[in-house]
Design a protein around this ligand. Structure first.
Ligand code: PMP
Ligand code: GLN
Length: 381
């Protein structure tokens, strides 16, 4: 694991704290989730829901997950066999990749990619084949070339890993893009793994479409989501793995030795919120859409070339119009020089040149915090 060192999120948050910077690096909100959720969790703890929950998760939460996936997407999941609760999406990703990737298997991933994928594919003994997302010359949104995707498939390919809405580019894959991926999976009999933690943070009325809803994909797709982004409680680390029973059974077999089970008092509270807090989820999405616009406008005024963001907590900004080349150098300098922390996107790439000039800014912050960051950046530049 030497190559992995400290994660960029830990490094940048430490730097932000040391320098008193506005932290737009690590993606976590600075306001809490719905009151009913917080109260239910506190109540559960005080009322004695404090021992191990069942390994696969509390039935109430598995049922609530099954209900929302059915209602929103028409995906039918048996809560007893097709839904499995984990310590955040992170443990779901870890257990799924350890369960489904064998030594020497190749996994196709889209770069830039969330950092835990690379580490977990390596720990599973797998090999990454990355397909680069680049800004479309016309629309500006990050997308892939379907020919590059096809060219990445080889005799050892086992899985395609898809994250949409996508961290860090903010792209929400369209039906057409997903169909390219599905076609490759069907033709080559591949598994798909989908990270949907930002499923309710697709903006401007754009739908989030799970890959599992495409023809021939349900039986070959394992998906994760989690409460962190759904209800703005990233520290609660409770997620769910979803998919067909044989694949979820494999994930469960691995996870029983990783964490065995996940916070029981939280699970009950989350189950209630999933059933009852849809207005909060919609309001949160709309608020974040406004924050995206606010930060994007501020960054553009400062001189960054701001990327198209269709969802998530993040917007990408190109530093070249400001006269810089290295995002890593700027991200390390910004906290001390400007009092703002961001993440250099280069760390999310297998081909670092592709993202050398990009910074990722998180906009999941109160408006006054975003404004303060922009005014500091303006003063710096
Ligand atoms: N996947 C992506 C794309 C993420 O951005 C994050 C960070 N929240 C995670 C997974 C991890 O989620 P969790 O906090 O539920 O482990
Ligand atoms: N998902 C968040 C991000 O991308 C935080 C990840 C983390 O702290 N590991 O910034």
């Amino acid at each position: 694991m030497r190559a992995y060192g400290e994660t960029i999120f830990a490094e940048m948050t430490r730097l932000a704290t040391e320098t008193g910077s506005v932290n737009l690096g690590q993606g976590f909100p600075d306001t809490d989730g719905p009151r009913s959720l917080l109260e239910a969790a506190s109540r559960n703890i005080l009322e004695g829901v404090n021992q191990y929950p069942p390994g696969q998760g509390r039935p109430e939460l598995r049922q609530a997950v099954s209900r929302y996936r059915s209602r929103h997407y028409g995906i039918d999941l048996d809560p007893d066999t097709d839904v499995y609760i984990t310590v955040g999406a992170t443990a779901g990703i870890a257990a799924s990749l350890l369960a489904l990737v064998e030594r020497g298997d190749e996994v196709i991933v889209f770069e830039p990619m969330y950092d835990s994928y690379a580490a977990m594919i390596t720990l599973a003994g797998g090999v990454r084949r990355s397909v680069t997302l680049r800004p479309d010359p016309v629309t500006g949104r990050f997308t892939f070339d379907p020919d590059e995707l096809r060219a990445a498939v080889g005799p050892r390919t086992r899985m395609v890993l898809v994250n949409s809405p996508h961290n860090p580019t903010g792209t929400v894959f369209t039906a057409e893009e997903l169909e390219h991926i599905a076609a490759v999976c069907r033709e080559h009999d591949l598994l798909a793994f989908t990270d949907e933690v930002y499923e309710f943070l697709a903006f401007d009325g754009r739908p989030h479409m799970p890959l599992a809803t495409l023809p021939g994909m349900r039986e070959r797709t394992v998906s994760v989501s989690s409460v962190g982004k759904m209800f703005a409680v990233t520290g609660w680390k409770t997620g769910w793995v979803m998919g067909p029973e044989p694949l979820v059974t494999a994930v469960r077999t691995v996870n029983q030795f990783l964490t065995f089970s996940a916070g029981g008092a939280l699970q009950l509270a989350i189950a209630d919120a999933i059933d009852n807090e849809w207005e909060w989820i919609a309001a949160q999405r709309d608020a974040l859409q406004g924050k995206r616009d606010r930060l994007a406008a501020g960054l553009a005024e400062t001189g960054f070339d701001v990327g198209v963001c269709e969802g998530t907590y993040f917007v990408m900004a190109d530093i070249r119009p400001l006269g810089y080349e290295s995002g890593v150098d700027i991200a390390r300098a910004l906290p001390r020089e400007a009092g703002v922390a961001a993440v250099p996107a280069q760390v999310f790439y297998d081909h670092p040149k592709e993202g050398e000039h990009l910074l990722r800014f998180a906009f999941c912050k109160r408006d006054e915090v975003l404004d303060e960051a922009v005014s500091r950046l303006t003063a710096w530049h």
